[in-house]
Design a protein around this ligand. Structure first.
Ligand code: 4AD
Ligand code: MG
Length: 478
């Protein structure tokens, strides 16, 4: 008999048909005569109820059917007596594929804290919450590729090991095969990287953008979607040392085109989630409601599905950094000294400022543009005022910055001057500058932090809970 996935059984299974299901036991309950086993195989949030008459099976076998054990069950589908499912499986044959000692198995049929599950990240996929999160994460990754494919963008795989520092933030992980204790030394007493694997210092990439630009200036429209690495020591709910980023890069796009694409893209993904992940979303939404029960009414956040629909139907507000600073300076929290970080033209906005603008002032997603050039990367298009650049950050409720991007400086001389001012060695970047030497055109792009986006869609408060095996300072277990 061929095995059917539980998702299929529950949606199209007909009563009276013989069926084989395989999966892991979530719970077993029952009476002297009958056992109800909730079986889950990961294909859906819903369990298949297996009904096993005590008399039909070996006592030892029944005793070993515990939470976490793996089973193959053959039987006949019948109309369910209980609520919550249409069909159940009347077991005729049960094979215990893998035992799970109930004394030792960490995932018990009760509420575990997210912290506990993080320590058991290897098994947390077997919970409803993480099953839902990772099915949604998959669906979003698929929708991203689908969106760009439909628009004629090419998926470009940019390197993970690089010799350049795209963001100029200097928060990179070195990649080296030199002996860490006794490296070869130069005459100046420094490690001799000419003896290293690549013959030069190399790092894990902080962004695929620079290589992405090379692709866009030939293929027209490309996107990257891969792991990126930042060695910043931030222990927040929105930072990872290893995260995934989607970076579209488009020839002939100016900042306005860039913003339009970002807004359309985000809405496409949210609509796709609502249409294809409704079971998982409604589970996560009730989970959040449960979590918020103890909060006072006015501090509870919007229902998850309502929030997604709200963003889908709202037009993102667009304003400049300078206008945002004015709003912040006239805000209640500013006047009452409630912001932890300073608000002044020229300083980088902190998450508390971004969230004030989105959640309190505009009450919808916001795109901020034209930031001071001194707080942004060297490659951004310089405005004529000599002070600002054509940057754009998309700010989302509960998340803050979800996208960072810009129009790029396409004028060779301006780009070289900016690099000189910022001490970026232009000789090493000759290949990047060549695009400005030969057939340079207006172009733009942005980066969407995949985990921050999945956090938004799932409502998960901590970024560590939307990536399978989070990498954060002092944490690389599993
Ligand atoms: O704003 P960032 O640093 O922009 C870039 O890297 C550009 N090269 C993108 C481009 O124009 N092609 O990062 C982009 C996004 C942020 O808005 C945020 O969502 C996410 O990447 N991000 C992080 N996500 C998790 N952990 C971190 N440490 C992150 N740093 C940035
Ligand atoms: Mg940024």
């Amino acid at each position: 008999m061929t095995r059917l996935k539980i998702k299929e059984i529950l949606s199209t299974g007909k009563t009276g048909t013989k069926t084989l299901a395989k999966g892991w036991v979530r719970t077993k309950r029952g009476s002297k005569n009958v056992n109800f086993i909730a079986l889950n195989d990961g294909s859906t949030i819903h369990n298949l109820q297996v009904v096993a008459d005590t008399g039909k099976f070996d006592e030892q076998l029944l005793r070993e059917i515990n939470t976490g054990a793996a089973l193959a069950v053959e039987g006949t589908l019948s109309e369910s007596q209980g609520t919550g499912q249409n069909v159940e499986l009347l077991a005729e044959k049960i094979e215990l594929l893998g035992k799970a000692d109930p004394e030792k198995y960490p995932i018990q049929p009760k509420k575990h804290s997210l912290e506990f599950l993080r320590e058991n990240a290897h098994l947390r996929f077997r919970t409803n919450t993480f099953g839902a999160v990772f099915r949604i994460r998959h669906t979003m990754a698929f929708a991203i590729n689908k969106y760009f494919n439909e628009k004629g963008f090419y998926y470009l795989h940019t390197p993970i090991i690089t010799a350049s520092d795209a963001e100029g933030a200097g928060q990179m992980f070195r990649v080296s095969t030199l002996d860490a204790v006794n490296p070869p030394i130069t005459e100046e007493g420094k490690p001799d990287y000419s003896k290293d694997f690549f013959g030069r210092p190399t790092n894990l990439t902080v962004s695929g953008q620079l290589e992405g630009e090379l692709g866009a200036l030939a293929l027209g429209e490309i996107y990257t979607f891969g792991p990126t690495f930042r060695a910043e020591n931030s222990n927040t709910t929105r930072h990872l040392a290893e995260f995934w980023m989607i970076e579209p890069e488009m020839a002939f796009y100016d900042l306005k085109d860039n913003m339009d694409l970002a807004e359309e893209f985000l809405k496409y993904l949210i609509r796709y989630a609502l249409e294809h992940c409704s079971d998982d979303l409604s589970f996560l939404s009730s989970r959040l409601k449960e979590e918020e029960k103890n909060k006072p009414q006015d501090q509870r956040s919007m229902d998850l599905v309502e929030k997604l629909q709200f963003v889908l139907n709202s037009e993102f507000v667009r304003l400049t950094y300078t206008e945002a600073i004015d709003i912040l300076k006239n805000s209640k929290p500013y006047k009452k000294n409630k912001f932890q970080f300073p608000v002044d033209w020229g300083v980088d906005l902190q998450s508390e400022h971004e969230r004030y603008l989105v959640e309190k002032h505009f009450k919808c997603p916001v795109i901020l543009t034209d930031y001071p050039r001194d707080i942004k990367a060297f490659y951004m298009k310089q405005n004529d005022d000599g002070k600002t650049v054509r940057a754009m950050d998309v700010l989302f409720p509960q998340i803050g910055e979800i996208i960072g991007g810009s129009q790029r400086e396409e004028v060779l001389e301006k780009l070289e001057n900016r690099m000189k001012e910022m001490d970026i060695p232009s000789e090493e970047m000759w290949w990047y500058l060549d695009t400005r030497r030969f057939g340079s055109v207006v172009h733009s792009g942005f980066g969407l932090g995949f985990e921050r986006f999945v956090q938004f869609v799932t409502g998960m408060g901590n970024i560590r809970d939307v990536i399978a095996f989070p990498r954060t300072p002092k944490n690389a277990e599993f």
